[in-house]
Design a protein around this ligand. Structure first.
Ligand code: ZN
Length: 123
């Protein structure tokens, strides 16, 4: 195969390297991983921020449950930094009431402004 000189596509590197492999775009494995990570930060920015917010919501709900809360208002959740704009689709219980699952805890909507917290039954 013909050897050619390319420039590493990791935006933090850009160094020239020689290769015979047509699929090689980085000078070494560290640059390949770093470049993929940097691209993922751009490509999945929204997903990453939604994931972080969802994990934070799980922590908040778990904390409330462990402190003995049986019910919580939307206002309290919001004051604690709970993000209710994640577009989580609710499940329905047998009475047709909406509930949202956060880790092992469910938030059951009992009024427009209040949730009941309960532990999801484990198998
Ligand atoms: Zn490089």
């Amino acid at each position: 195969m013909k050897k050619e000189t390319r420039f590493c596509i990791n935006p933090e590197c850009g160094e020239p390297f020689d290769t015979t492999n047509p699929k090689k775009f980085n000078c070494n494995i560290s640059c390949k991983n770093r470049g993929a990570y940097l691209r993922s930060l751009i490509d999945f920015r929204l997903e990453r921020s939604m994931y972080k917010a969802f994990i934070k919501n799980i922590r908040i709900v778990k904390d409330l449950f462990e402190r003995g809360f049986k019910k919580v208002t939307c206002e309290t959740l919001n004051m604690m930094g709970f993000d209710d704009n994640l577009g989580i689709i609710p499940e329905k219980d047998k009475f047709g009431r909406s509930y949202f699952i956060y880790g092992k805890i469910a938030l059951l909507l009992v009024s427009p402004e209040e949730y009941e917290l309960y532990l999801i039954n484990q198998k």
